[in-house]
Ligand binder design. Sequence first.
Ligand SMILES: [Ca+2]
Ligand SMILES: [Ca+2]
Length: 282
Amino acid sequence: MGTTIDLKKKRLVGRKEIIVIVAAVVLTTAGIKASDNFFSPGEAKRESSGFCPDEMVYITSSGGGFCIDQFEASPGGECPNPDPLSQADTRANLDYRGCLPASRAGTLPWRFISQDQAAVACAKAGKRLPTNEEWYAAALGTPDKKADWSADDCQVNGNWTAQPGQAGSGKDCASAAGAYDMIGNVWEWVEGAVNDGSYEGKKLPASGFVDSTDGESFPGLTNQNAPNPDYHEDYFWIKESGLRGIARGGYWSNKSDAGTYSMYIVTPPSFVGSGMGFRCAK
Ligand SMILES: [Ca+2]
Ligand SMILES: [Ca+2]
């Protein structure tokens, strides 16, 4: 059986744009659509330089790759409340048509925003909250020190000049993909909720130090006795009754408990707080 694939591309590089023209895609193999081919992981990776908007970084994933904000989200320039200090401030921002979340170094993270409101904020920018797995993939490679935090490290011990600090303050707090502050500064809402201790039918372990993952970016095992250095001493908090939102990474005061494996599944999706923020994906 013959397969003919004729894929010609030209790149036109403008000021900030890379326009990829797929001149011809001819697939004669039954069952393979052109879109499947174009967005296969390898293909998407080759296009990564032009794949994501400037304020996002590209994450390789088995699902085909995606973009995530490089920084914790902050209220964009048109927002009436650049530093929300209450849920009412957040409501006013979301109700203002021109107010979109931004991803920029040197801005304060948008706090006092619930998980549900964070999803709205991302949608206004044509984005969405990252899934739990996407957030974890984007955080991989972030250096996670267990002591002696400096101003260049992730903020987990009040080690920047302000709490929370401006996004990107710690020059060494970047993941392998180049996303900043995935550990510390503010917790970050991700998509999804846990009901009575279970996520999509799977019972999650009790609160404790992380001892493994379950292959889906949740802890598979935890222990109540000792931090595990192989999991960067990260801690998993969960309330095993009721509906709980999911936040990741820790905040400015969690010390070594914070990290890429750390999760906070304690508050309902409606919760807002001073140490809880978000970032968007698309
Ligand atoms: Ca963070
Ligand atoms: Ca840690």
